[in-house]
Design a protein around this ligand. Sequence first.
Ligand code: ZN
Length: 215
Amino acid sequence: MVTMSGDSMSDAIATRNGMMTSMLEKLPDDEMNVEIQTMMDRLFAEPLRSDDIDIVRIQLGRYPRGMVAVGARCVCGRPLAVVTRPQLSDGTPFPTTFYLTSPEAVRAVSHVEADGSMKQYTALIENDEDIRAGYQRAHRWYLGFRHALAVRLSDSEEHISGISAGGLPTRVKCLHALTAQALVMGEGINPIGDMVLERVGIEFSPSVCRCAPVM
Ligand SMILES: [Zn+2]
């Protein structure tokens, strides 16, 4: 994680993004947005491949509408989570930017949801100041990423302004959405997503391939 003072951060944004500067300055956290641009550049450096779309189609049992990038991969290369554009091609607003597609990951996270952990996570957000702050920050990371995506793709965010996913920033409603954010954006962004990944480690991990051999 890059940490810079406000002034040097503004300089960095001006240097790195040129014309983007004025737009980014309107966002709540300049430092975050520099990181987000880096993440996004990395994701879009790899063009979306038709074989990835085919795999995700099989994983979900439907065509992944609005998929613009593979957000995270298993060590074997198979997509684990995808990035979806903020507005589908028919104009439908789509707030859920990070979507967990790996059946093994979905199943593992469902087990955590079913074992009553949601209440524990909710209690943590209510009672632990650091986790609460981290969770609120995860919401801003989410919105910042989606905004950068909307700018890049010229998508409208009109109908999803301020809406992220998974219950962010104050509730825990869908661990799949939170885990997808943790997988795509990396460790240290969403404290609950990180905890879920740690918890499911025996059943699912991005660094241990447990993908079904035949799809
Ligand atoms: Zn795998």
